[in-house]
Design a binder for this molecule. Structure first.
Ligand code: 0A1
Ligand code: ZN
Length: 896
């Protein structure tokens, strides 16, 4: 049994650091086997008395230590595994530390590590302590000057944050570069990169007329794949100027692609390091989805330059301060890019596509998290391992909490609040509460006497609130009364306290519209204005609003635009949902109505299969789908969203107890039935959205058509239409872009029973074996194929192209199988396989292992036999002698 459980760190225990760090000078002598780092740190007393100086370190070998130029002997300091304590005798002093680290032994990909023969650093959240002894916390900000020395042939390029001051050759084939970053920063934003790269660059003029050099560095030979990335970066810079009034504050902004990377990308000041998957793209190798993801991640990291870097977090409990806000900003950037050149309802519908995708992600990843053992507020109260708190809650729910502030303040008010935030806090390390206060200052001006006192609770309350809706209509005086009632049941550790702690009500902006029986909008008069959509401020447990001059019994359109991260409880008939599906003028709510209808149908099928009764598909449901398919007013991108069935994982969340195999059966059955019943329109849709010979562009309109075409192909394959396999094969072999190629191959992998599928997979491998990102897709396709078993995955793991050390590859095969192949994973062998892989990954990369460990957080909600089997698999992990603190925290919470 494991003995050393990591201590729990609490938000309330925050203490300011007793010293200011005025200057950091780092000398790197790079060598993959052993790198020597000489650090010179200048400190100034910040507390009222002299206190011991505590520095963090991990996997470092200390060579020497000097205080104000005098070497310290081991009796003069305390050194243990993770801290070094020095006792300064003056308020202002310089500490010189020489230490060694071993990049090529560093498989955690935190600190300084080797990837593809190059050297990279990753310091967020606590990686800098693997580089040198340091006050590795975000509220200690300093100016950095960095000298890098390395072999010139092996590492022709030496990069760090800021500006390049000098570069020169040294003896013995080595060279050096000196970088200086004029902006004070916390250690988590430090970066260093060394190696051989292609570089694509462009000089742009920022709004004030300054020149800025934008550069994208990638593997030698991949220059042709960085055009899109540089274009995304340029658009990000322009967008932040035009929409948020924020100008680039650097002369040089660099992005570097790494093949081994734990996350998506990292916003190091002026030197972003990216997972290559979010940099490299061309028509032959990247799908439309990859192009959009690159745009989102490049935007996200760039936007951090202001929201995260200029104003940073006081401590890691405030992570959502930068992440929630920056996710909100990247979501808005992507939505604006989709709506470029459009206006009115067309622009709204284009933006809604992004909103739909974001809400789907939230429901898929965050809602279950908020209902499970890892539930935490967007500003967590405690953690054992901060790496475990880069969660959907902190990021995605955090973004929803920012979005609600945007809704409450309006665009202009939100901009004013943000300007106030920068006015107050530029250059500082602050808290979520500081952000809310800046926003509140504008809100209180707009709404005299009101505050964000209740709104603030979103930062401290876990769980997805439920909003019960009831509506009554009085024909005699043409009034309609809407009552909203909120409750937020206990989640996670809250369930352990008896009696359960009551959770106070939240401030929920609830957007509402009313439709007449003919589907037309019924304007609502609220706060003196008449509008088709109004926003109700729900601040108490229960509130009612009465609207007058409503000429008929209305059908409500609820939580338009998904105005709050809540679950709406309102019983309504499928007939009303069908009406909303056809007429709701809010494109988000319209999609929601179609999804709800589909969920009702799917859940009825799950039940039928569970009871062994004949499955039936409601002809009205098919009718609704037909009318959507034939609706010429919808864009292809929107139509593809509205006609997609809820994912199996989303549906699984709705079954009680969770019934994975029933969900698989029901999903497949409904796809087959929809395919068969609508064969002609699917076929027509397929052909109408085939772009012929036009050269590939990743623009929203043509990628929308490809998405819809591929959806049609899947329905036709599901229905075993006689032409479908030929269409899929032709699409695969003749494709002139990766979206079509993957669309064809994926349809085959999911539905074909012929040997053609295996041949196509072999052909794909042959053709793309040199391209790691494409081969990731090849592994993923097989991981999620319905026929794939544990045995097949084990066979793929011994394929020469598979490596557990590369996070992208592990995610492509292992994570995809465990998370998205319900049929394959929910078997006794599946669970044992999952536990084995968590333990195997934990030996080399605890951050990644802990993510896989979370796959069955919700084990207790499964029916038997899954529940007992999952419990056993979790126990098996818990019993292992040497778990990392990362995995240990996850497993112990799951078993709590
Ligand atoms: N701040 C980054 C996320 C990130 C966090 C940790 C990392 O290393 C383990 C890497 C990146 C972002 O939000 O993009
Ligand atoms: Zn971020």
């Amino acid at each position: 049994m494991r003995t050393d459980t990591a201590p729990t760190i609490s938000r309330h225990d925050y203490q300011p650091y007793p010293y200011r760090l005025t200057q950091v000078t780092l000398d790197f002598d790079l060598d993959p086997g052993q790198t020597r780092v000489q650090a010179q740190l200048q400190f100034e007393q910040a507390a009222t008395s002299l206190q011991p100086l505590v520095l963090n370190g991990q996997d470092l070998q200390l060579e020497s230590l000097a205080l104000n130029g005098r070497a310290l002997t081991p009796e003069q300091y305390q050194l243990n595994d993770d801290t070094l304590v020095v006792h300064p005798d003056t308020g202002t002093f310089t500490l010189e530390i020489t230490s060694l680290c071993q990049p090529d032994k560093n498989t955690s990909l935190m600190g300084l590590y080797v990837s593809g023969g190059k050297l990279f650093t990753q310091c967020e959240a606590e990686g800098f302590r693997r580089i040198t002894w340091f006050p590795d916390r975000p509220d200690v900000m300093a100016r950095y000057r960095v000298r890098i020395r390395a072999n010139k042939q092996q590492y022709p390029l030496l990069l760090s944050n800021g500006n390049l001051l000098e570069q020169r050759d040294l003896a013995d084939g080595r060279h050096e570069a000196i970088w200086e970053d004029p902006h004070p920063k916390p250690s988590y934003l430090f970066a260093l990169v060394a190696g051989s790269f292609d570089c694509r660059e462009q000089t742009i003029k920022t709004r004030s007329g300054r020149d800025a050099l934008l550069q994208v560095y990638s593997d030698v030979g991949t220059y042709n794949k960085t055009e899109w990335a540089l274009d995304c970066l340029t658009r990000s810079v322009k967008w932040d100027e035009s929409r948020f009034n924020l100008e680039l504050d650097l002369d040089r902004f660099m992005i570097v692609a790494a093949h081994d990377f734990n996350m998506g990308a990292m916003e190091n000041k002026g030197l972003n390091v990216f997972n290559a998957a979010y940099v490299l793209a061309d028509a032959d190798t990247a799908t439309d989805a990859a192009y959009r993801a690159i745009e989102a991640v490049i935007g996200h990291e760039y936007f951090h330059n202001w929201t995260g870097n200029r104003v940073t977090c006081r401590d890691w409990f405030q992570l959502s301060l930068k992440e929630g806000l920056t996710v909100f900003r990247d979501q808005e950037f992507s939505a604006d890019m989709l709506a470029q050149g459009l206006d009115g309802a067309e622009a709204e519908s284009a933006r809604a596509v992004k909103r739909i995708d974001d809400v789907s992600t939230l429901r898929l990843a965050q809602f279950p998290e908020d209902a499970g053992p890892m539930a935490h507020p967007i500003r967590p109260e405690s953690y054992q391992e901060i790496g475990n708190f880069y969660t959907a809650t902190v990021y995605e729910k955090g973004a929803e909490v920012i979005r609600m502030q945007h809704t409450l303040l309006g665009e202009a008010g939100f901009q004013a609040g943000l300007a106030e935030y920068f006015r107050r806090h530029d250059g500082a390390a602050v808290t979520c509460d500081d952000f809310v206060s800046a926003m509140e200052s504008v809100y209180a001006k707009q709404n005299p006497g009101k505050s964000f006192d209740i709104f603030r609770r979103w930062y401290s309350q876990a769980g997805t609130p439920r909003v019960q809706v009831s509506l009554s209509y009085a024909a005699e005086d043409q009034t309609c009364t809407v009552t909203l009632r909120q409750h937020n049941p206990p989640v996670g550790i809250e369930k352990l306290s008896t009696p359960p702690q009551a959770k106070p009500p939240l401030h929920i902006p609830f957007a509402l519209g009313l439709l007449g029986q003919d589907g037309q909008a019924l304007p609502i008069t609220h706060e003196g204005k008449a509008a088709d959509t109004i926003v109700l401020d729900l601040c108490h447990e229960e509130q009612s609003w009465t609207f007058t001059q409503i000429p008929e019994q209305p059908i409500p359109s609820l939580l338009r635009r998904f105005s709050a991260p809540v679950i709406v409880e309102f019983d309504r008939s499928n007939a009303d949902l069908a009406l909303l599906t056809r007429h709701d003028s809010d494109p988000f709510a319209r999609w929601e109505a179609a999804q709800t209808l589909a969920s009702h149908q799917l859940l009825a099928l799950v039940q039928a299969f569970a009871r062994n009764t004949a499955p039936e598909v409601d002809p009205h449901f098919i009718g609704t789908w037909r009318s959507l398919l034939n609706d010429t007013s919808l864009t292809a991108a929107y139509k593809a969203r509205v006609l997609s069935l809820p994912s199996q994982r989303e549906l699984l969340e709705k079954t009680t107890p969770m019934d994975p195999l029933g969900v698989v059966q029901a999903s497949r059955y409904l796809r087959v039935e929809l395919g068969k019943a609508l064969v002609e329109p699917w076929l027509a849709t397929y052909h109408a959205n085939t772009d012929g010979d036009t050269p590939y562009q990743p623009d929203p309109a043509s990628s929308g058509r490809r998405t819809l075409k591929n959806l049609a192909l899947n329905y036709l394959m599901a229905a075993q239409h006689p032409q479908a396999e030929q269409l899929a094969l032709a699409q695969y072999y003749d494709a002139r872009n990766m979206t079509d190629r993957m669309g064809g191959l994926s349809a085959l992998v999911h539905y074909s029973t012929s040997t053609e599928c295996g041949r196509a997979l072999d052909h794909f491998y042959e053709q793309w074996q040199q391209d790691a990102l494409v081969i990731d897709k090849w592994f993923t396709l097989q991981a999620v194929a319905p026929t794939t078993s544990v045995e097949k995955i084990r066979a793929l793991m011994v394929h020469p192209a598979f490596s557990m050390r590369n996070p992208n590859r592990a995610r492509a095969l292992i994570f995809q199988f465990c998370l998205n192949n319900l049929q394959g994973i929910h078997t006794p062998e599946g669970y044992a396989f999952w536990a084995d892989q968590v333990l195997a990954l934990d030996q080399t990369n605890p951050e990644i292992a802990a993510r896989l460990a979370r796959a069955f957080d919700n084990w207790a909600r499964f029916g038997q036999p899954q529940r007992d089997a999952l419990h056993q698999a979790l126990e098996h992990i818990r019993q292992q002698p040497k778990l990392s603190p990362n995995v240990s925290e996850i497993i112990s919470k799951a078993l709590n």
